[in-house]
Design a protein around this ligand. Structure first.
Ligand code: F6R
Length: 369
């Protein structure tokens, strides 16, 4: 029975250990909850790391899926402060401007993702200054072969569940390269915040008091439309989308303000459409532009006429803490959605099948070497 957007029967089951045991066969919930420990652990993997020297005119991050999102989050967090262009390239091709004064960071958790290995070779051929981050695989071997600074993070996780390692290793590589200021203080604040949220949002906190369980109840059987309040929250919205896709096997999409006010908002105004299948999520931040906040308030009323809307505002002082407040919430919600949907949050059979298909059907003629 659905009451006020909540299915009370399912809410009960999220409090049951049996539900977790039945579906979370490889422990994704614990892995998602381990985000603060991953952030805390990562500095040790940079001991002895020496970045490539020289002047940097642009920064390019290479990577796909769970390995690329760390770069997206960093770009969103620092875009107003960065003194050089900073782009993330989840692609088979690098941009034409990559050259000797580019700093290129190739990130692949497995170290074996073909797009990333392909763009790694292109960037190397272009003479870029390079850093590689992986848990092993071909990327590690290539870094050793070419004397490229390499950061090894722990293996054995689904890449999307290694964000604490991936983000922190990438951020610290940029700090040591002089692209970002030292972020030790922000990291300490982020750790303290996430550790305090772990018990509030974790499985032992009952659904009556747990906003993550409460939100999963509302979202798990819907198509989720995630609206970011601007560039900062847009990368977080993208993380929410990917986690709902992969962990909960749900369709979700994200869009951002103010752009959605110039197109998508019209799509929410037509009576009689099948809006019931949706649930809208607004991700907001205290540093949102006042003018954009006005737009969001107006748009929220438009959305509420058609569908249920949940709103979350980032908490914390530093941009890193605020960013991870929302990321952590979305990660945990996505695992709860998986449990409510009766699916194993770890399995991503279709991605595995696609990778297998490509391994067995090698046509590399289109790859730029
Ligand atoms: C799986 C996941 C994927 C991978 C992507 C690239 O958990 O999140 O999106 O991250 O297929 O693989 P890696 O990260 O090994 O380069």
């Amino acid at each position: 029975m659905r009451e006020g957007g909540l299915n009370m029967t399912d809410t009960m089951t999220l409090d049951s250990q049996d539900l977790i045991k039945a579906h979370d066969l490889q422990g994704m919930l614990d892995k998602a909850l381990s985000l603060p420990e991953q952030i805390e652990e990562t500095p040790q993997y940079l001991q002895g790391f020496i970045p490539p020297g020289g002047e940097v005119r642009n920064v390019v991050i290479l990577g796909m899926g769970g390995s690329r999102i760390g770069g997206d989050l960093i770009k969103a967090q620092y875009s107003q402060k960065l003194e050089v262009p900073f782009e993330v390239y989840p692609s088979y091709l690098i941009p034409g401007y990559v050259g000797r004064e580019s700093l290129v960071i190739a990130v692949s958790y497995s170290g074996n993702t073909e797009e990333t290995l392909t763009t790694f070779e292109q960037a190397r051929a272009a003479g870029a200054r390079m850093i590689c981050i992986s848990s092993g695989g071909a990327l590690k071997e290539k870094a050793a072969q070419h004397g490229i600074p390499f950061i090894q993070i722990p293996g054995g996780l689904p890449p999307r569940a290694a964000l604490g390692y991936i983000y922190t290793a990438t951020s610290m590589a940029l700090e040591k390269s002089g692209i970002l200021e030292n972020q030790d203080l922000a990291r300490s604040e982020t750790l303290a915040l996430l550790k305090s949220l772990k018990s509030k949002w974790g499985p032992a906190s009952p659904s009556t008091e747990n906003p993550a369980k409460h939100c999963a109840e509302a979202l798990h059987d819907r198509t989720v439309a995630i609206f970011a309040s601007g560039a900062f929250t847009a990368a977080i919205a993208e993380r929410w989308r990917c986690q709902l896709n992969e962990n909960a096997k749900m369709v979700a999409y994200s869009n951002e303000f103010p752009e959605m006010n110039h197109n998508e908002v019209v799509g929410w105004t037509q009576p009689g459409k099948a809006y019931d299948q949706f649930h809208a999520v607004l991700l907001r931040d205290r540093d949102d532009l006042a003018r954009v906040s006005q737009r969001i308030d107006f748009t929220k009323e438009v959305l509420e006429k058609r569908t249920a809307v949940s709103e979350f505002i980032a908490q914390g002082e530093s941009s890193m803490a605020r960013l991870f407040f929302l990321v952590y919430l979305g990660d945990i919600i996505s695992v709860y959605c998986a449990l409510l949907n009766g699916v194993n949050p770890t399995s991503i059979d279709i991605i595995d099948a696609m990778k297998e298909f490509l391994r067995n059907n090698r046509d590399e003629s289109g790859l730029v070497k």
